[in-house]
Structures are given as C-alpha cells and as structure tokens.
Ligand binder design. Sequence first.
Ligand code: LMR
Length: 394
Amino acid sequence: MFDSLSAQPADKILALMAAYRADPRDSKVDLGVGVYKDASGNTPVMRAVKEAERRILADQSSKAYTGLAGDPAFSDAMIDLVLADSVQRNRVAAIATPGGTGAIRQALELIRMAAPKATIWLSNPTWPNHPSIIKYLGMKMGEYRYFDENTRKVDFDGMMEDLKAVPQGDVVLLHGCCHNPTGANLTTAQMEQVIALLKERDVTPFVDIAYQGFGDGLEEDSVATRAIAGAFDNALIAASCSKNFGIYRERTGILMAITKDTDQAGITQQNLNFLNRQNYSFPPDHGARVVTTILTDPDLRQDWEAELEETRNGMLALRQQLADELKRLTNSEDFNFIAEHRGMFSRLGISTEAVESIRENDGIYMVGDSRINIAGLNKNTVPLLAKAIIRATS
Ligand code: LMR
C-alpha cells in the first residue's frame, strides 16, 4: 500500500538543522532553528526546571492519567501567565497540548469544526508550519502584508489595507510577540488599531504566542494577547512553553479559547476535550507539571523569571553588538533594525544567494529567507557574521 505515497517537501528549518549537523567544520555557527543557546552554544536546562523536576521525581506517587484537558492546575497557571485578569476565567476553555504546534493544530481543528468555510489569514511571512498545517487540514488560507523588505519594519499601512478586505467570519492569525521569522513587531497603538478593525469586521483573532519573555519582558510581551482576550467574544490563543521554560523536547503548550459566556465556555471545553481524545487522548504531563510547579511556587518562579531575564538581556546585547558592528563596517545605519527587532529572530533581508554563500564560505547557517537566530551568536561570532554579511552582499 505504501507504493502510493509520494515524497514530502522538507521543512526548511528542520532541513537546515540536519545540514548543520552534517557539516564537519569546527568553526560552524548555527543560527537556524529557534532554540536558545548560551555563549558556549549549549541549550541549558533552566535552574528552576531542574529543581521542579527534582521535586516531581521525589514526590510524584502516580503516573495515572490526568484529564483529557490535562491537569487543571496547568491551565490555571498558564491562563494567569498569559492572560492575567484580561478576561474572566470562566470564559476561557483550555487544553494542554503537545507543544505550541499541538495548540496550533488543535485550534485549527476547532475552527474547522465551528466554521469549516473560514479562511485563515496569515502574515506574509509567517512561521512555515502555519501554512503547512492549514494546507494539510484542507483549510483555506490567505495572506496579509506584514514585513517591509526595505525598512525591515512592519508594513503597517499594507497590513491594515489587507485586513480591511478580510471577509466577516474569517480568522486572522497574529503573533502575540516576537514575530517569527522577522523580529519586527507592532507597537501597542498599532495593535489597538488592528483589534478595532477586526472587531468592526467581525473577524476572529487567533494568537500564536511562543516567545513570551524573549522580547521586552514577560508582562510587556503579553500586552497584545491580553488586549485581544479582553476585546473579543471569541478568540483563540496558542501558547508554547518550549522557549521560555527551555523544555523544547517535553512538548508543552496550551490552547486557550475565549468564549462569550460560561455556557459557551462549557460547550467549547467539551469540543476541545474531544479533539484531544481524537488526536492523542491525554496530553503529555511532565513538562506541564514542571511549568505548574514553577509558576505556583514563589521562589521557583522568581528564579525562573530571573534566568529568563538574563536570557532576554543576553539576546538584546547580541542584537546591539551586531547592529554596532555592521554600523562600523558599513558606515551606515542600514542594519540598525537588528537592535530594534525583538525576540529570538531577525530577518536580515539579504538574498538567498548571500545566505548560501555565507553558509558555504563561512559555515554560518541561517534560514534561506535570511532569518537568523540571535541566540545562536556569541560575542566572538558576532564580528564573524558581520564580516560575512558584508562580504556576501557587496
Ligand atoms: C523555529 O521557528 O525555528 C521554531 O519554532 C522551531 C520549529 O519547530 O520550527
């Protein structure tokens, strides 16, 4: 029967990861997949995570199933972290999911059940797995302008113009913070305009927030998501714990559905539970338990927040160093946008040929659209990248 299968297109981020691993050069630098690395290139287990795991190992007396939605304490802790008091708790239905990708997948399946004809509108560009999953599910998608390739900032006028044409009943996917792949983000005032427009057009927002705490801070990075949760009767929010807790392989995420009242929350919750049951029954528990342990213990939480701040500030310093180095080499402010972008990524806006030449000549790996993972750099590799960019683009 497998004779009928055809080859699948490779995911460009994962293909790059494999190419990097296969490169024998000691001097190679990985700026590809969105995984945090410290100055020595390691992806550390965060201190609070280690301690939470120690406690779980010592205290856990059962591995029996939790609930279909996962442990309610995880949902409560995450709703508090992401949404705070922007919406009444009894209007939020939620399920634990395998990572942020699981949350996105379940959100799309819920949309397909509730509004099978809806088109999902994506920023151009967006994380490549967004269109890939939508296509796989046989759903309709469209694009709105987002990134200005010349300024490397948000093309806000283009975005608003395109969103004005989104038909009533459709869904617009927004990045809650730290836009992936560009690093260019809306200001709070711009997000308010987007919210007003989507409300006026009766369009449902779907927020993907995978990097809370990597941009301007835990609270600051949740402003847009909270504004959306507070403004709409219905919204979907997919949150990942992979990056801000550094628990990538534990697959820990949550899908939150904002509903108009408690009755709708109850029905929506049943549908979310149903979707978990159909796709994998009970969601993974270990990462969720680690997150809950950290968020509900004041000392662990403080330590986690402190380490997350160190991580965030480290990335900001690398951004600044790279922008300064490029300013020095070009004698221009053309690359200042790198210091203004936020999150793990920046799209440099250089050609695919330049990206490939940097990979071949300098062993520096970035995604073909010139997205770099800032956290893949360190003080010593920043000057190498800056020099390579100049060489490949002049
Ligand atoms: C990325 O964009 O690199 C991350 O979200 C990892 C992934 O799964 O693609």
